[in-house]
Write a protein that binds this ligand. Sequence first.
Ligand code: PLP
Length: 396
Amino acid sequence: MNKISEEMIALGSTRSVIRELFEFGKVRAAQVGAENVFDFSIGNPSVPPPAIVTETALDLLQNSDPVALHGYTSAQGDASVRAAIAGDLTARFGMAYSADELYLTVGAAAALCCAFKALTCPGDEFVVLAPYFPEYKVFIESVGAKMTVVPAQPADFQIDFDALDRVIGPNTKGVVVNSPNNPSGVVYSPETCKKLADLLRAKSAQFGHTVWLISDEPYREIVYGNTQVSWLPSLYRDTLVCYSYSKSLSLPGERLGYVLVPSASPDAERLYAAVAGAGRALGYVCAPSLFQRIAAKCVGCTADLTVYAKNRALLLEAFAAYGYPCVAPEGAFYLFPRTLEEDDLAFCERAKEFDLLLVPGSGFGCPGHMRISYCVPTERILRSLPAFEKLAKRYH
Ligand code: PLP
């Protein structure tokens, strides 16, 4: 047998829990009918992109030079596209941005990988806050850094600052935050964000080097009521924003996002070069050309998010009635209730007996919980409620 990277074999052959559930769902659908399987496992947007996406795509395909349209763009993304996005950020967040601060990427996943690779030097660590997106571990470790976890604060899923204070050490290169959060749906309050910025400033001063803030924001626009998502670069200078159009425009398969590199940082020029270098080393070449141009025309737009609001309200009401303790979060399209037994893996196995496909919280660094992705047709929610009720009755 030839030698092949064992690390990559392990990564490529372990099916994620979500994938397992997906396969299970397919088998059950064949047995009991797809309408009787309640799959809440995958965070794939269930609403179509806004009409402007299709209109712009058609217009570009029919009326622009196909050679340029399908050609490579510059590695950091087309300059006019970056200018359009920078203009939108300037208008929305009251800070002046230019095209030169943006590096377009193949979704938030690539934005994060570029950010981690750009920053990482031997011995570096990144802190993540539970519950966290499980791919962080893969991204961070694949650039040779170490991931350190701050345990969750399940009462409200804001930040446990005592724990964060203890975990940030001299090797901490950055702290990763994700608000609105996958899997909890929670949006960090303005107080949490301000406290975080103050702590990072204090830690940077204590250790004599910047502790960067990596803000992973694919759900920025998916919020309910009057919720405001704090703009972290206005609170903490050394913030890299990693953004994605996957969720806001319902375009996860088209792979577009960006890194916003903080130009006010004394290291800005070198950092931007390092992000570009990381994109090059990782072989991204450039973000998809057609969807760069589409995004430029869609600044400020989102898919119709009303179905998520409706689904969220239905589930929260039902969970309160059936006795699933659940923080009522203000964003994303996930709920993260407590499981009705401590062992979340056992609980989610039992849920399968009712054809409910729920993701155990352990994979997000937060046992005793389950993630419910409610980016599904409302009809599925309504049909699933008796199953949730029966499952709860097993415990109460
Ligand atoms: N970060 C979080 C928290 C996510 O939930 C996801 C996708 O679900 C990503 C990053 C990756 O998003 P993208 O599709 O833009 O790569």
